[in-house]
Design a protein around this ligand. Sequence first.
Ligand SMILES: *Cc1c(COP(=O)(O)O)cnc(C)c1O
Length: 393
Amino acid sequence: MGEKQVESREEGYFGDFGGMFVPEELQAVLGKLEEAFLTYKDDPVFIEEYNMYLREYVGRENPLTYAERLTKKLGGAKIYLKREDLNHTGAHKINNVIGQILLAKHMGAKRVIAETGAGQHGVATATACAMMNMDCTIYMGKEDTRRQELNVFRMELLGAEVVAVETGGARLKDAVDAALQDLVENYQTTFYLIGSVVGPHPFPTMVHHFQSVISKESREQVLAKEGRLPDAVVACVGGGSNAIGSFSAYLKDESVRLIGAEPLEAATMTKGTPAVLHGFTSLCLQDENGDPLPTDSIAAGLDYPGVGPEHSYLKISGRAEYFTVTKQEVLDAFQELSRTEGIIPALESAHALALVAKLAPEMDKDNIIIVNLSGRGDKDVAEVKQLLEQRAE
Ligand SMILES: *Cc1c(COP(=O)(O)O)cnc(C)c1O
């Protein structure tokens, strides 16, 4: 991403990870973004506006549901589900999109751009742009537009322009490069809305802030229902935004284990090594030349060779733990929640459930686990049908 790479100041770092490794012209743009974020995040009018949209548009607060039948079936710790699947657009992504689009509006941007892989972040961004009457351009690798035709149509239906990126491998990485190039050329009118706790500073910090609503709610809810904190919080990790949002309110509660689940086929946290990717340092799956390795998860939202810098720090510092689950365990968990609780989870969220299926039976009956149900599974039923039919053959 350009030759000139300069390190950011200290506040962009989580231990040795994070930073702002971008060309000079982008540093100035990101500096302005940081300034605006720091001003508005504590502004009472901005906070009330954000909370109003979360309430009236997203449908928060969402419930913390006791999964009674799943708990009995697994025979150990008591399991609660944090219901991000019930948000408008069906996942946690909208929490962050609403926060950033309000920031864009206050900064005077007329146009929002975003990158998308499978299309979930693109759809959430296009949704908020429609509601806010903002121009919206979504960059998507040409290869991905072919595989996710229906999401391309959804974004167009919502009024967004989808640009199929043909450079490089025509995948997510190339879409990010194209979006950053657009930002360099059009920064005076354009806001780049990133979809996870990744990218150069201030994005990981900003997305952390907007997703922290998940654990602010769950902490109060579990205290009201049980009179005490959970023993473990479990979430799936792609870029890491739903996991950071699920963990953040418990970071100082040493008794609460924070546990991330990732696919064996994209095990960045368990097998990655430090590298610079997309403008920040973090753990990354890479080959001997330092190029990102291809990943192959059944959950599109987890199919990324990097991870947010804060997770790398939480792992190295020992505050959070990360484990892999197999495709088979994920498919089992997907069906198990559907049958026992009448809730079809997103394939991404089924990774967290697959890990809970291994953890809960080893814990006491008076222990409590909160698992973040990051999204609903409607988008995945066709694919799961195909996978189960293949397995039956
Ligand atoms: C995008 C997505 C994820 C993965 O992204 P994170 O930033 O790791 O949270 C997980 N679950 C769902 C439902 C998603 O749409």
